[in-house]
Ligand binder design. Structure first.
Ligand code: XMP
Length: 512
C-alpha cells in the first residue's frame, strides 16, 4: 500500500492545488470533506494529514469543524490558513479577527527556526497570504517558527506531537518556497516514500482492472479526447481483446476527426474500433433547436441511445469504462455542496443504470496532467496528448442558433485554419484551448468589387490550468490578422472575424 496524505477540505479555493502539489512531490494525496467520519479516516489510514484553508472564521456559528479529534490519531498534521486557525483554536490558543487589516497578497517570511518544516527555506522569501483572522496566542506546547511584518504568527510547530501550522498558502506559486515547505512536511516529517509515479499507477491499475472485470468484456466509447484515448490504451494493456472500443461520429466533430482517431489507434496500438455513423441522427434531432441547454440534452440522450445499441450487441459485456477525472469526483463532495449548474456537460453518468452496465473509472483519482503523463508512458504520441480539450456536444455548441450541415462545414473550415495558424506560429502548446464559433450575425462586407452579406466568426483562445478558470491568451496582432484574412478569404459564408477576449469568470470557455 502506498503512503497517502489525507487533505481535509474546509472550503478553500486552493484545496485541489494542495493535492496537486503533494502529488507532484511524488506522494498520493486525496481530498475529503472536513466532516469525514473517524471510521472512514481509519480506512484510508493516512500517513499524514493536511487541514486546508477556508473562508470561515473559527468563531462563526456554522464554522466547519472536523467530526472527531484528529490529534488522537498520532499522525502528523499540517494546518494551512483556516487549518492553522482551527488547530490553534481547538488546542487552547486564540484567534482574532483582523477587521481593519485583512491581509491579502505577498508577504516576506521572517524565519525564526529554519529546520524541520522550514528547512532550506530562504529567510525573507515571499509567501502568499489571504486571511481575515489571525492567531493571537499560540497553544501550549507550540513554538513560533516564522512571522511576517503584518502577521506575528506565520508558522508554528509542536515537534513532539508533530502538529504544524502556516498562516500563508504554500500551495500557490506565489509562495516561493511553498513546495519545499510541503515537501518538508510530506517527506521529512510524515516520512512518506515518493512512489506516486506514472509507472506505479499503471501497474497498480492494470492489476485492479483485471481483478475487477475478470472474464467480462468492457465497452469503451472513444470521443477523440485525451482521457478516453489513454483509458482505452490502458484497458487494452490490461484485458486485451476483451475491450470493445467504438467511436460515434456525430457529424459535429472537427474536420477529419474520426479518421484521425482511427489512424492513431491503428498505427500505434493495433486496437480495432467500431465507428458508429450518427451524423444524420444528430442533425435531425437538432433541427431548429436554438436553446443551448436543449441542444446539450438532445445530444446527451442520443449518445445514450447509440451506446445502448452498441452494448446490446455483446452478451458478455458487463462494464462501461469512463474517463471520469478527480475534479469531477470531488466537485460533488465539496464543502458547499455541488455548485449551481451553469451548463449540463455531456456526461454519461446516467447511462449505466439504464444500460445495466457497471462503471469502470480507473482515472477517478487523477488530474488531467497526470492522465497526460500516463498517456505518454503508455506510448500515446505527444502530438495527440497535447491536443486541446474538445467538448462532448462538439461544434453544436459552437454554432450559435440552429445547427445545420452547412454551418458545421463552414465552422470546420474556419476551425482548421485557426488551429493551423496557431501551430504555424508555434503557440498552440501555450494555449489551453482555442476554437472558432459561428455567430448568426450577418454583416456587410466587400470582397473584390462585390458586396457580401455573410456570417460572423468569433475566435477564442484561453489559458487555463484545469478549465475551471481561464483568461484570454493574447494572440499577437500580426497572427490575428493572418487568421482573419485566411478565414475570410478561404471560407465561403464568413465575411467578418472577431476576437473574444472574455475571461472565465465571468464568461465560460464555450459559448453555449
Ligand atoms: P465551460 O464552457 O464550462 O468549459 O467554461 C470548461 C471546459 O469544459 C469543456 N466542456 C465540455 N467537455 N463535455 C465535455 O466533455 C461537455 O459537454 C463540455 N462542455 C464544456 C470546455 O470545452 C472547456 O474545456
Amino acid at each position: 500500500m502506498s503512503d497517502k496524505i489525507l487533505i481535509l477540505d474546509f472550503g478553500s479555493q486552493y484545496t485541489q492545488l494542495v493535492a496537486r502539489r503533494v502529488r507532484e512531490i511524488g506522494v498520493y494525496a486525496e481530498i475529503h470533506p472536513f466532516n469525514i467520519s473517524k471510521e472512514n479516516v481509519l480506512k484510508i489510514a493516512p500517513t499524514g494529514i493536511i487541514f486546508s484553508g477556508g473562508p470561515s472564521s473559527v468563531y462563526q456559528k456554522d464554522a466547519p469543524y472536523p467530526s472527531f479529534n484528529f490529534y488522537e490519531l498520532n499522525v502528523p498534521i499540517l494546518g494551512i490558513c483556516y487549518g492553522l486557525q482551527y488547530t490553534v483554536f481547538s488546542l487552547g490558543g486564540e484567534v482574532k479577527n483582523l477587521t481593519e487589516h485583512r491581509e491579502y497578497g505577498k508577504a516576506e517570511l521572517s524565519i525564526l527556526i529554519n529546520d524541520d518544516l522550514l528547512k532550506d527555506v530562504e529567510n525573507n522569501s515571499t509567501v502568499w497570504m489571504s486571511h481575515g483572522d489571525s492567531v493571537s496566542k499560540i497553544p501550549e506546547g507550540f513554538e513560533l517558527i516564522a512571522k511576517s511584518k503584518t502577521c506575528p504568527v506565520a508558522a508554528i510547530r509542536n515537534t513532539e506531537k508533530k502538529i504544524y501550522g502556516v498562516q500563508f498558502h504554500p500551495e500557490v506559486n506565489h509562495s516561493e518556497f511553498g513546495k519545499k515547505i510541503l515537501e518538508n512536511f510530506v517527506i521529512n516529517i510524515c516520512q512518506c516514500k515518493k512512489n506516486w509515479t506514472s509507472t506505479h499507477f499503471i501497474n497498480e491499475s492494470i492489476e485492479n482492472i483485471r481483478k475487477t472485470v475478470g472474464e467480462d468484456r468492457v465497452l469503451c466509447a472513444l470521443s477523440g479526447g485525451v482521457d478516453s484515448t489513454v483509458l482505452a490504451v490502458l484497458l487494452h494493456k490490461a484485458i486485451g481483446d476483451k475491450l470493445i472500443c467504438f467511436h460515434v461520429d456525430s457529424g459535429l466533430m472537427r474536420a477529419n476527426e474520426s479518421e484521425t482517431i482511427m489512424r492513431l489507434f491503428k498505427q500505434n496500438f493495433d486496437i480495432s474500433i467500431d465507428i458508429i455513423n450518427g451524423q444524420e441522427d444528430f442533425l435531425n434531432a437538432l433541427k431548429n433547436i436554438t436553446d443551448p441547454e436543449r441542444k446539450r440534452k438532445i445530444i446527451g440522450n442520443l449518445f445514450v441511445e447509440l451506446f445502448e445499441k452498441e452494448a446490446a450487441k455483446f452478451k458478455d459485456c458487463k462494464w462501461l469504462a469512463q474517463g471520469t477525472l478527480y475534479p469531477d469526483v470531488i466537485e460533488s463532495v465539496s464543502v458547499k455542496g455541488p455548485s449551481q449548474t451553469i451548463k449540463s456537460h455531456h456526461n454519461v453518468g446516467g447511462l449505466p443504470e439504464k444500460m445495466n452496465l457497471k462503471v469502470l473509472e480507473p482515472f477517478r483519482e487523477l488530474f488531467k496532467d497526470e492522465v497526460r503523463k500516463i498517456g505518454i508512458e503508455l506510448g500515446v504520441p505527444e502530438w495527440f496528448i497535447k491536443r486541446h480539450p474538445f467538448p462532448g456536444p462538439g461544434l453544436a455548441i459552437r454554432i450559435i442558433g440552429d445547427v445545420t450541415e452547412e454551418k458545421v462545414a463552414i465552422l470546420q473550415k474556419a476551425d482548421t485554419i485557426f488551429l493551423e495558424e496557431l501551430h504555424n506560429a508555434n503557440i498552440y502548446d501555450e494555449i489551453w484551448q482555442a476554437f472558432a464559433v459561428l455567430l448568426p450575425v450577418k454583416s456587410v462586407g466587400i470582397m473584390g468589387d462585390e458586396r457580401t452579406y455573410e456570417n460572423t466568426c468569433a475566435i477564442r483562445a484561453v489559458r487555463s490550468i484545469d478549465g475551471m478558470t481561464a483568461d484570454c491568451y493574447p494572440i499577437p496582432h500580426d497572427i490575428l490578422s493572418k487568421i482573419s484574412s485566411r478565414i475570410i478569404n478561404e471560407v465561403r459564408g464568413i465575411n467578418r472575424v472577431v476576437y473574444d477576449i472574455t475571461s472565465k469568470p465571468p464568461g465560460t470557455i464555450e459559448w453555449e
